[in-house]
Design a protein around this ligand. Structure first.
Ligand SMILES: [Zn+2]
Length: 388
């Protein structure tokens, strides 16, 4: 028997909800789609300001109000154990419990083994993922709450850029239109992304060289003052560094002297210190249209309550990235995210029942999702370098 379909009234509070989280879709790309008549059943999208660094794990933790991920992005350094952990191995065995608890909030997500293929044939993986997600939504029509994650769009954006994302959003709209007509439309439906994506190619930042110029070296563990650990993974626009406590400023000076760094920031005492190449008196005093809510986002990002916090953060200039060298030969970057800039930081959120404020911080999105599960209170931040 066919369900009688009626879209919920604007401002109403439907009992059932569907969240479709689409990785790495910039606000501008979604808003363009809406202007062209796509996603007509939804209110105009709001800007979703990702935390800094504008990375998947950090952002979904805020959006879905889960326990913090161990890593900012898949790999982290455990200072006490002197060991880098996480990464592809943990992904493939699906050991997300400590690494990235937000994954537990997804009722459906692509199998972790698809992760590699997305960089080889991103368009095909994205299509397969969309078909599988739609099947799951149909088969779970009775479930009051569905949180579905499309992850391959991140790889698609990195590899093929914004035009590919535009094309894929059209496919998502087509699939969604059918689902809505079949009955899904009686739910609250919220579409959102976790961060933006830069537009254009990018060069690898030479971190080893920049560190060497300051007398530092990239190491697997911190044994001496010159050792700096960077648990790199994907090719992204920010770098999270673990230095010996007290070396932050000197390492930051070495890094901002190299081409490609926008600014470096770290915690000192109760405050935030930052440096940029120009030697600005206040490197975080930047125009809000290009660096939305920069000071607050950086201060919050430095205090992301992972048990394994980095103690120095770099935001790269547009057109630069850093990450696991292993990935470089497979990936021709058409875009990236992670930096504090508007294009990399601003995702979207759109609902079929609520007109949301034009701009929301990631942490303000949860009440609009219609989820009954209680948000996990964030643990307090344990500074990586306790003040002595
Ligand atoms: Zn992401």
């Amino acid at each position: 028997m066919k369900r009688a379909t009626r879209a919920p009234a604007p401002g109403s509070d439907p009992e059932r909800t569907l969240i479709l989280a689409i990785d790495g879709i910039p606000y501008d790309v979604f808003a363009d789609g809406q202007r062209e008549g796509r996603f007509g059943g939804f209110f105009p999208a709001s800007r979703m300001l990702a935390p800094f660094p504008s990375l998947t794990d950090v952002s979904f933790t805020a959006l879905l109000r889960t326990a913090p991920s161990a890593a900012y992005e898949d790999r982290y350094y455990d200072r006490e154990a002197g060991e880098v952990r996480g990464g592809l191995g943990d992904r493939i065995v699906g050991d997300y419990a400590e690494l990235a608890p937000f994954h537990a909030a997804f009722d459906w997500e692509p199998p972790p083994t698809w992760g590699g293929a997305v960089y080889l044939v991103p368009g095909r993986v994205a299509e397969a993922e969309l078909i599988a997600a739609a099947k799951f939504i149909r088969e779970n029509d009775d479930a009051p709450e569905l949180v579905v994650y499309l992850g391959s769009t991140d790889g698609l954006g990195h590899e093929e850029g914004r035009d590919a994302l535009r094309g894929h959003l059209e496919r998502i709209d087509d699939v969604l239109t059918v689902l809505l007509a079949e009955g899904v439309g009686s739910r609250r439906v919220v579409l959102l992304s976790d961060h933006g994506m830069s537009d254009g190619g990018s060069r690898r930042f030479d971190l080893e060289r920049a560190l060497a110029a300051g007398g530092y070296r990239l190491a697997e563990r911190i044994d001496g003052p010159a050792d700096v650990v960077v648990p790199a993974f994907g090719l992204i626009g920010s770098i999270q560094l673990y230095t010996r406590c007290g070396e932050e400023e000197a390492v930051a000076r070495a890094l901002v002297a190299a081409e490609g760094v926008d600014f470096a920031a770290w915690i000192e005492g109760d405050g935030v210190r930052a440096l940029d190449a120009a030697g600005s008196a206040d490197p975080l005093d930047r125009p809000g249209d290009r660096y939305p809510d920069l000071r607050r986002r950086v201060a919050a990002g430095l205090r992301y309550p992972t048990p394994y916090p980095a103690n120095l953060f770099v935001s790269l200039r547009t057109g630069w990235h850093y990450g696991l060298a292993l990935f470089e030969p497979f990936v021709s970057l058409a875009g990236t995210h992670g930096a504090a800039t508007h294009d990399q930081s601003v995702g979207f959120v759109a609902s079929n029942v609520d007109r949301m404020p034009p701009s929301l911080d990631a942490a303000e999105v949860y009440p609009w999702l219609g989820l009954s599960r209680a948000p996990v209170p964030l643990p307090s931040f344990r500074p990586p370098c306790p003040a002595d």
